[in-house]
Each structure stands twice: as C-alpha cells, then as structure tokens.
Design a protein around this ligand. Structure first.
Ligand code: LHQ
Length: 256
C-alpha cells in the first residue's frame, strides 16, 4: 500500500492504492507512518520525496471503509491514524517534498500541505472536501490553510469546498511550483537532491525555527534563533561552508 525506496540520499515514499485513488485506510495510515519513521531514522537519508501512483495523489479518508461504522469515533481516527503522520512530517529533521501528480482531496490535500515543500503537475488539483460531507478540515488543514493562503482564502476554500487547479494552488501559496506532468518526477527529484546536499543540521534547525516561529512571539523567535545559531556556529558544516566560500568551490556537508 505504501512503497519505500532509497535513491542515494533521498527516500522515496509512494502511496500505492491507485484503484482507490490512494484513499486512507488503516493499513495506509500504518505503512505511511512506518515509512516516514524509517526515513527519519536512516542516517544516510537527507530528504524525503512523497508521491503517489495512479491518477490521484490522495482522496483523503476512504469513505467506503467508514460507511457502515456507526461505532467509529472520528476523533479517535484522527488521533490514531492521521495526526501522527502530520507530526512525523513536520517534526522530522529532514525536509519532506510532496510530489502531487493528481487530485488531492480532504486529508489528502492536508497531507500535501503538511509537507515542507510541494511540487505539483499541471494535472493536479486540491479540494477541501470535508464540508461536502458535513465534516470539518482535519489532518492539519485548519492550521496550514490560513497560514499558507491567508484567512480569507482559507475560509473560502474550507466553506465552499471548491476544487482548485494546481496553478491556482501555486498562486495562493499552497504549493511551491507547478510543472508539466512529464517533468514532475525529474523536477521533484532534483529539488529533493538539492535539499539533500544542504547541511543537514542547519536544515533541521531551520525547519524547527520556522515551524516554531509560526506559533511564537517575535521575542521568543529571536531568542530561539540566537540559540540555534549558537549551535550552528559550532558545526563542522559551518566551517566547511565558510572555507568553501572563500575558496570559491562547492561545499561538501557531512552533518557534523
Ligand atoms: C472514493 C473516494 C473516497 C471512497 C473518490 N473514498 N471512494 C478524517 C476522519 C474521519 C472521517 C472522515 O475523514 C477524514 C478525513 C477526510 O479525508 S474526509 C474527506 C474524504 N474525501 C472526500 O470526501 C473526497 C471525495 N472525492 C472527491 O472529491 C473526488 O472523487 C476526487 C477529487 C478525489 C477525484 O475526483 P475525480 O477524479 O472526478 O474522480 P471521481 O469523483 O469520479 O471518483 C472516482 C471514484 O472514486 C468514484 O467511484 P465510482 O464507483 O463512481 O468510480 C468515487 O466515488 C471514488 N472515490 N474519493 N475518499
């Protein structure tokens, strides 16, 4: 249901339930979380690419599996299935790049938004589908949407549930870039490899500072920056970066 492969310093995680538009069932929750943890643990891995097979990226919750489950508490489903995935992505020291080739709906859209960067095919689309079935945005959408697109657009997308194109998603700041379908793989891998060549400790600290900053005051953020910079200034990667700068060559970072 979820594939995992190593390509040099990049881990490629692929949702593989194409006939169900990669909709989430318990197995997919489990396997996606396992794959993310595996990438996190592997010291050779420095960036993660999250993609999907078939014509959709992810249709969110598989509605077929919850159709006749009156006993099911959706809060439990989120706490056990979805929230750990969002936390694994945002809490990971390594950057995660979403590679969105098709429709991303409901929690599937949230999943793309939770990744650190997102690159999409011109064929991709995004929809906050929750409202159409009487539910609320979940899997981080209500946190990410207003922060990415601003409150007005977030309210519009969440309350009207309109499906938007990749180009519109890029315009709104929901994703980083859009490319023709045949270029998606190559562009996404190039992006992930560029990230993988960056100094890993600085990447981790940068990611931490940015997420923390979103829910901290300026004062707290300045203090955090000072702490993280103090640590960064003592790294071998910083010395290598300085040396390479003055020697006018490309630096070679080792995460020390
Ligand atoms: C589906 C699904 C699907 C089952 C298409 N499940 N079959 C958290 C906690 C607790 C509870 C619930 O949820 C959550 C989080 C959530 O994610 S809630 C939101 C769940 N997702 C949706 O509501 C998305 C519904 N789907 C769509 O909006 C569209 O199908 C998308 C945009 C994904 C794709 O559109 P199209 O490319 O036009 O395909 P289609 O609509 O024709 O769908 C193809 C088939 O897939 C169709 O079945 P059929 O038998 O007619 O071929 C759909 O019923 C089925 N399908 N999504 N999530």
């Amino acid at each position: 249901t979820v594939e995992y492969a190593r390509e040099g310093r990049v881990a490629r995680i692929v949702l593989n339930r194409p006939d169900q538009l990669n909709a989430f069932n318990p197995q997919m929750h489990r396997e996606l979380l396992d794959a993310l943890k595996r990438a996190e643990r592997d010291p050779e891995i420095r960036a993660v690419l999250l993609g999907a097979r078939g014509r959709a990226f992810c249709a969110g919750q598989d509605l077929e599996t919850i159709r006749s489950r009156e006993d099911l508490d959706y809060g439990d489903l989120l706490r056990e299935g979805y929230n750990p995935i969002v936390q694994a992505i945002t809490g990971m020291d390594k950057p995660v790049v979403a590679m969105v080739q098709g429709a991303a709906a409901g929690a599937g859209a949230s999943l793309a938004f939770a990744c650190d960067l997102a690159i999409a095919s011109e064929k991709a689309s995004f929809v906050e589908a929750f409202i159409h079935i009487g539910l609320v945005p979940d899997t981080g959408s209500s946190w990410f949407l207003p922060r990415l697109a601003g409150l007005k657009k977030a309210v519009e997308l969440a309350l009207l549930g309109d499906r938007i194109s990749a180009a519109e998603a890029e315009r709104l700041g929901l994703i980083n870039r859009v490319v023709p379908p045949e270029r998606l793989e190559e562009e996404a891998l190039t992006l992930a490899e560029r990230l993988a060549a960056m100094p890993p400790l600085a990447v981790a600290r940068t990611k931490r500072a940015l997420y923390r900053g979103l829910s901290a005051s300026l004062e707290e953020t300045l203090a955090l920056e000072a702490r993280l910079q103090s640590e960064s200034g003592r790294t071998e990667d910083h010395r290598e970066g300085m040396k390479a700068f003055f020697e006018k060559r490309r630096p070679e970072f080792h995460g020390r």
